[in-house]
Design a protein around this ligand. Structure first.
Ligand SMILES: [Fe+2]
Length: 168
């Protein structure tokens, strides 16, 4: 009979890979931001959160008896992909970067909601609690972006209209 723990384990591994990818994506964006101090500060806060999330998900996997020795290899592969994508800079890279972050956060929100359900079903209250806490951090980041998307876009367009360089 299929065991809900099998799905819980594989979804936790996916979540871990996503966090590693997020660290690369957010760090690349952070390095490029010069003129949006509020955005830069919030991105840096979330990089710290994301590093903790990755470690906490790894702990969950260990607590479930999973072999975590392959996690780094998968993470590195995804990171390479993230670097490749982030290496393409366009004139509207800040707008595209914020769009990518907003999209990514919502993917993570869905992923952790599913993990909360899976942990409940598998009878793993500690994993459930960790996923609920991470979910709140992802929701807070998505909410911040939601609240600032219009302003950031207006600021970006205003900078573009007045300056020839350094729109990021
Ligand atoms: Fe995350």
């Amino acid at each position: 009979m299929p065991d809900p723990r099998d799905h819980l384990l594989s979804w936790l591994k996916d979540a871990h890979a996503a966090e590693e990818q997020a660290i690369t994506m957010l760090s690349n964006l952070d390095r490029r931001i010069e003129n949006y101090p509020e955005l830069k500060a919030r991105i840096e806060q979330h990089i710290d959160e994301t590093r903790r999330q990755s470690a906490r998900v790894e702990e969950c996997l260990k607590s479930l008896g999973s072999d975590t020795s392959m996690l780094k290899a998968v993470g590195t592969k995804l990171m390479g992909l993230g670097q490749g994508i982030s290496g393409i800079f366009t004139s509207d890279e800040i707008a595209k970067g914020v769009l990518a972050c907003y999209t990514f956060e919502h993917m993570e929100i869905a992923s952790y909601r599913m993990l909360v359900g899976a942990a409940k079903q598998a009878g793993e209250p500690e994993v459930q609690r960790v996923c609920e806490e991470i979910l709140e951090e992802e929701k807070a980041m998505a909410k911040w972006l939601e609240d600032h998307l219009e302003d950031l876009t207006q600021k970006f367009l205003a900078r573009e209209a007045t300056e020839a360089t350094a729109k990021h």
